[in-house]
Design a protein. Structure first.
Length: 185
């Protein structure tokens, strides 16, 4: 399910996710199985063949598992990949893997330069993978938010979540209200 907020006092009905809320919901939520945050991007890829600008998605480590499509090769992001200061990683989509590496399985483990950062290719998504309505993505990279440096605000990210078995939207809304009232006191 998609996750948006309402701010009636500001007359805002569809407010996106902020990193601070993401961490709070993930750490203190009782009704969500997990939550993921993502943002569409465009990145420069160099280091293999001709340089190119390609469509990308930046995600938190919980995002891809929520979509329920395991990688075809390698692995997807873990909490470690999502942690600042750890080695930079990237997951390729099937189409981009075929385009850039000719479908060679040994691409996993190689290095790709994405926006000037050397990133290890850790996985390839299967051909059937679609990120919601985006079917033209080339690469996926992890956010690396520092939990201790995020601040209240910056509601500029998309989010999705999965309810725990047996939980309802009403329970989720009450859970979010509980967490937000504690945060914004």
């Amino acid at each position: 399910m998609g996750v948006w907020h309402n701010a009636p006092g500001l007359q805002i009905t569809d407010l996106n996710m902020a990193p601070s809320n993401y961490f709070i919901y993930r750490e203190q939520g009782k009704t969500l199985q997990d939550i993921g945050m993502y943002q569409r991007d465009s990145v420069s890829v160099t280091g293999v063949a001709e340089p190119e600008q390609v469509p990308a998605m930046v995600v938190t480590d919980g995002t891809l598992p929520l979509l329920g499509v395991p990688p075809m090769l390698g692995r997807i992001f873990t909490k470690e990949d999502d942690t600042p200061g750890t080695p930079e990683t990237v997951v390729l989509t099937y189409g981009y893997w075929r385009h850039k590496f000719g479908g060679d399985p040994s691409a996993v483990g190689k290095t790709l330069i994405v926006d000037g950062k050397s990133r290890q290719i850790i996985g390839v998504m299967p051909q059937r993978f679609r990120f919601l309505d985006d079917d033209d993505l080339a690469v996926l990279t992890p956010f690396q938010f520092d939990r201790h440096k995020v601040f209240l605000g910056n509601f500029s990210f998309e989010a999705l979540g999965r309810l725990r078995p047996g939980a309802t939207l009403e329970q989720l809304n009450a859970d979010v209200a509980r967490m937000l009232s504690y945060c914004y006191e």
